[in-house]
Write a protein that binds this ligand. Structure first.
Ligand code: NDP
Ligand code: MG
Length: 383
């Protein structure tokens, strides 16, 4: 039996994790879980599975849950997150919190020698240098949940690191993949949230439309697979069937294919190095799909991708600025405070204004993150 803590259980990845676990109750147990503000969803999960610990953001929600479920151990805030991420009986922490808030619990879980199944890519973007070092020191596994990185991870099974030539990260292109730059002027939040292939949380769906998601994934891949930015190529593949590929020195390309279904990478991270039946998983019918298409991303059209490569190559605190400014701008767009194209404009301005710190500590990253968010707010007169 694998004992799991799920952080961000009420979200898109979190609920699909509950689904995977429910289908394999002989193998997995969610001992602890965290939510943000969606307490109704927490109660629904409590009806479905037995959980011992729950952590929420606000004290008042914790009090409510404790009164209603006296046997449950309820915690709240960052301290609560750290507590449930480091419980002695836990084997693996699946982190599906969105954004920078996932960083500290990941660090503490690694220090407590827990394996990590990581959906929260922002953690690696911001602090890849800290996370990878801690993973080595504590001899734990860092297992990707992001579909592209799971595909790369699976393609690397049994291969030698020095024989990797390059990683080919596929991208659906998001909601606006067929629009020209001019056509992006005035697009609405509803249009941006209408992703062609995947149903995901709001932040990552907007990130897919801007291509910041792919930019974050380039940086995530650099840290997960210890390759240089020159070895990471992005390829637009609108059908989302090949989830990513690796080319080796002999030009052989190995990729992982499947229908777009996040339950697969979630489950693989939990069963690794084994595989198990994906309950209600649909076999890939390539004859029915008939054709797969590809194209090179246009870095002028998808400026966010160019910005991410640049921030990644600069390194140090620059990816933290990219991430923090993007999180803020993404939220402002979702709240109809800025236009779609302002997201990348604001991130670019923040990157230009930042004085890079070469090997930032966690404390410095927390400061840089809040600087980047405030920078964006000031730029639009909202501070
Ligand atoms: P959602 O927005 O659907 O869910 C986010 C979860 O995090 C919710 O449980 C939410 O709680 C919780 N949360 C949000 N803010 C905080 C906070 N400040 N403190 C504690 N908890 C918080 O996101 P997704 O599931 O779509 O994505 C989660 C992560 O996985 C992201 O990093 C994303 O990039 C990554 N990912 C997602 C994929 C997908 O298919 N969805 C694919 C690949 C990667 P509540 O709702 O209760 O407020
Ligand atoms: Mg992805």
């Amino acid at each position: 039996m694998k004992n799991i803590t799920v952080l961000g259980v009420t979200g898109s990845i979190g609920m699909q994790t509950v689904d995977v676990v429910k289908n394999h109750l002989d193998k997995f147990k969610i001992v602890a879980m965290s939510a943000g503000y969606n307490i109704k969803q927490v109660e629904e999960i409590l009806e479905m599975i037995d959980v011992e610990y729950v952590c929420v953001v606000q004290k008042k929600d914790a009090q409510y849950l404790q009164e209603k479920y006296p046997d449950l151990k309820v915690t709240y805030g960052q301290e609560g997150l750290i507590k449930i991420a480091t419980l002695p009986q836990i084997d693996i922490v699946l982190n599906a919190i969105v954004g920078f808030a996932g960083l500290v619990p990941t660090i503490e879980a690694i220090k407590a020698k827990k394996d990590i199944a990581l959906a929260n890519k922002e953690t690696l973007v911001v602090a890849g240098h800290i996370i990878t070092k801690l993973v080595k020191e504590n001899n734990v596994r860092l297992l990707p949940v992001d579909s592209e990185h799971s595909a790369i991870f699976q393609s690397l099974n049994g291969e030698k690191h020095q024989q990797i030539k390059r990683i080919i990260l596929t991208a659906s292109g998001g909601s606006f993949r067929d629009k020209s730059r001019d056509e992006l002027i005035g697009v609405t939040v509803e249009e941006a949230l209408n992703h062609p292939n995947w149903s995901m949380g709001a932040k990552i769906t907007i990130d897919s439309a801007t291509l910041f998601n792919k930019g974050l994934e380039v940086i995530e891949a650099k840290w997960l697979f210890d390759v240089s930015y020159d070895q990471i190529d992005v390829l637009i593949h609108p059908e989302s069937i090949i989830h990513s590929m690796v080319e080796f020195v002999d030009t052989s390309v190995i990729g992982q294919l499947g229908n777009p279904d996040m339950r697969l990478p979630i489950q693989y991270a939990l069963t690794y190095p084994d595989r198990d039946v994906l309950v209600n998983g649909e076999s890939l019918d390539l004859a029915k799909i008939a054709s797969l298409t590809f194209k090179k991303p246009d870095l002028d059209r998808f400026k966010a991708l160019a910005l991410a490569y640049k921030a990644g190559r600069t390194g140090g605190s620059m990816p933290c600025v990219l991430n923090g400014a993007n999180e803020m701008a993404n939220e402002l767009f979702r709240n109809n405070k800025i236009e779609f194209l302002q997201i990348e404009e604001l991130v670019e301005k923040a990157l230009k204004a930042h004085q890079v710190i070469s090997d930032p500590t966690l404390e410095q990253l927390v400061e840089v993150d809040s600087w980047a968010r405030n920078f964006v707010l000031k730029e639009i007169g909202e501070d």
